[in-house]
Design a protein around this ligand. Structure first.
Ligand code: CA
Length: 266
C-alpha cells in the first residue's frame, strides 16, 4: 500500500532575519536582540531536525484521529513541527498525530494504514516519520534498526519479490523474537493490514529442510505455527506469516497471492 498524497513540513516558511537597521532606542535594540535569539534557536532546531529526519503528512488521515497503540501523549504542543520533533526524539516513535484543538501530540510505535479505523476530529493531522534512508510510508523500527513497508495488494511469491527487488529491497527478514513481536503489532494495528497473510524472507526450495534467507545465509530464528513446517506438498518451501495463526509462520507454496513485506537496507 502506498500513500498517494503526502506533503512535507515546510520549514522554509519560517521567518527570516529581516531587521538589519540598528535602532536608536535601547528598547528597540533589546527587541532586535531577543528576536534574533529566538530566530537563531528556531532555525537551529529546524536544521537539526532536517539533518536527522522529518515527517510527511499523510493527507488521507486528515481530520481523523486514531487512539490505539499510543506510545505517549504530550500536552501544550505548539504545532505539528514540534510534534514531529517529539516523535524524532522518541526512539520507538514511528508516527504522530497532532491535535490542534487540544494542542496535543500523540506518538505511536506503528504506522496506521486505514483511516476508517479512526474517529473524525477536525484539524487533526497525521505524520509518518522519515529518517535517513527510510522513506515515508515505510516503518523504521529504530530500536531494532530495520526499515520495511507492508504491501497489501496481494501477489504470488515471485511477483512480490520482483516488486521488492525493483527498489533494491528483499522480503522482510524476521530474525528475532523482538522483530516478530513488532511485525505482529504493526500488521494488527490496521484493519486493512490484518486481513492478509504475508510472504517474508526465507525458503528451503534449494534443499528441503535447510531454510536460508535471500542472501543464502541460514535462518536462525523461526516463529513456527504449531505443527509446522510439515512440507505436506512438495513445494511448501516458502515462509508465510499466517493471518489465521496470529501471524505465526507456516511453510507454504509460492503460487498463492498474498500480502508481502519488503525490507529496505538502512
Ligand atoms: Ca519445504
Amino acid at each position: 500500500m502506498t500513500f498517494p498524497s503526502t506533503r512535507p513540513i515546510h520549514f522554509q516558511n519560517w521567518p527570516s532575519h529581516g531587521k538589519k537597521n540598528v535602532e536608536k532606542d535601547i528598547l528597540c535594540r533589546m527587541e532586535v536582540w531577543v528576536i534574533t535569539l529566538i530566530l537563531t534557536y528556531l532555525v537551529t532546531s529546524a536544521s537539526s531536525l532536517m539533518k536527522t529526519g522529518l515527517g510527511k503528512q499523510l493527507e488521507i488521515f486528515s481530520n481523523v484521529i486514531i487512539t490505539t497503540d499510543v506510545l505517549s501523549e504530550v500536552s501544550n504542543t505548539v504545532n505539528d513541527v514540534e510534534c514531529v520533533s517529539l516523535c524524532l526524539k522518541t526512539e520507538a516513535c514511528v508516527s504522530a498525530f497532532y491535535r490542534p484543538q487540544h494542542r496535543r501530540c500523540q506518538l505511536h510505535d506503528v504506522l496506521f494504514m486505514s483511516p476508517k479505523d479512526g474517529q473524525r476530529e477536525i484539524g487533526a493531522v497525521y505524520y509518518s516519520l522519515t529518517t535517513g534512508t527510510c522513506p515515508p510510508g515505510y516503518i523504521h523500527n529504530r530500536p531494532l534498526n530495520f526499515c520495511y513497508q507492508l504491501h497489501l495488494d496481494k501477489a504470488k511469491y515471485a511477483d512480490g519479490l520482483a516488486d521488492c527487488n525493483s527498489r533494491g529491497e528483499h522480503f522482510l527478514v524476521i530474525d528475532s523474537p523482538d522483530k516478530q513481536s513488532h511485525f505482529v503489532k504493526q500488521v494488527t494495528a490496521s484493519s486493512d493490514s490484518i486481513k492478509g497473510s504475508y510472504y517474508i524472507d526465507g525458503s528451503d526450495a534449494a534443499t528441503e529442510g535447510q531454510w536460508v534467507y535471500h542472501d543464502g545465509q541460514p535462518v536462525t530464528y523461526f516463529a513456527w505455527d504449531s505443527g509446522f513446517p510439515n512440507n505436506v506438498t512438495t513445494n511448501r518451501d516458502y515462509l508465510v506469516a499466517l493471518k489465521f495463526s496470529e501471524f505465526r509462520w507456516q511453510d507454504r507454496e509460492s503460487d498463492h497471492e498474498r500480502c508481502y513485506a519488503c525490507e529496505k537496507h538502512v
